[in-house]
Structures are given as structure tokens and as C-alpha cells.
Write a protein that binds this ligand. Sequence first.
Ligand SMILES: [Fe+2]
Length: 195
Amino acid sequence: MRDKYLEALKKQLDEKIFIHSLALEACMGGLYDYFKSNNLLSEDELPKEDWLLAGLIHDIDYSEPFKADHPSKTKEALALYGLEVSESILNIIKSHSPSNTNVQPTTKAQWSIYCADSLTGLIMAVAYVYPSKKLADVKVSSVLKRFLKEPKFAAGTRRDEVAECQKPEGLNIPVEKLIEVCLASMQAIAPSLSL
Ligand SMILES: [Fe+2]
């Protein structure tokens, strides 16, 4: 089933956003595993496959003719390819951009997509400046330093949103932990990210 979504994404998105989509899918899986293994998921959280799919397709409508209404046109973009997802997955996706959708994150899945979305770009940017350009060489401490002390580095990173991972009612983890989980998740799929 994932293959069909991948095919649609490849057709609908440019290479950069396609790769970002794979990165966020990996982060969502890693965050699910982290919360699950620490008994931090309540009964009403969605299953891991929903977290993964939400991460994978969250930007499918960040493309014409839907871009102006991103991320509220996921359904319409998927329909172009005869695909659909549940309302719960659409709600996870909407919560990654509350300013456009008015859907505030409330569940761990929603907070995860909200906080991790722009962190993927910062992590990749750290790898790009290494001579090796390999994610495998990136350390949590290097990402954290760039995040905290170099606001102009990967300036598109929404550092305020990433830092909201510390909110007790949200993910309730330090930024360092979010970076650790996301970095490891992305390292595990580094070849797909061309890093
Ligand atoms: Fe995104």
C-alpha cells in the first residue's frame, strides 16, 4: 500500500519535498517507537501505520493546484491518484500547520508532526555542510548547537515550533531528545535521503 502513496508523491512533488516527506515519515515512526517503548502513549493514540502515513503524505498538497490551501487539500491531492486516508490521518496532517487550518495539535501524533516537520531540514542541512555529506557523521550535539546558537543556519527551521516539544501537554521531551530520535530515524534511511 505504501508503494501507491510513494508513486503519487513522486508525481506530485518536486524532489526536495519528496525527500523531506520520507524524512518526516521516518521521524514519525521513530517518535512513535520512542513513546511506545516508554509507555507514554495513551489508548486513544492512532496506530504506528497512521503516524507513518501522515508523515509521508503531509505535504502532498504543497504542490499545484493546491499549494495556496496547503495542508487542507490532502484529500483532493490523493484523489488525483485514486487514493484516500482516514479523517484521523487528515487531522494529524492539518495539525502540522495550525496557522492555516485552525487545527491545534492535541495528540502525541499531532504534536510529533508539528514539532518534527521543520527539524528534518535542519538535520539535513547539518549533514550537507560536512565534508562527507553523510548523515551517519552527524552528532546530536552538532544539531543542537546549530539549533540553539546559530539561528541563521537553516533559517527556514521554525525553531519556536520545534522547541514546543518541551510543552508538558505536548510531547514533554527536551529538544535534545527530539533531535536524538529524529536524527537516528533519518540515519536509518540515509540512502533514501541521498545522504
Ligand atoms: Fe513538511
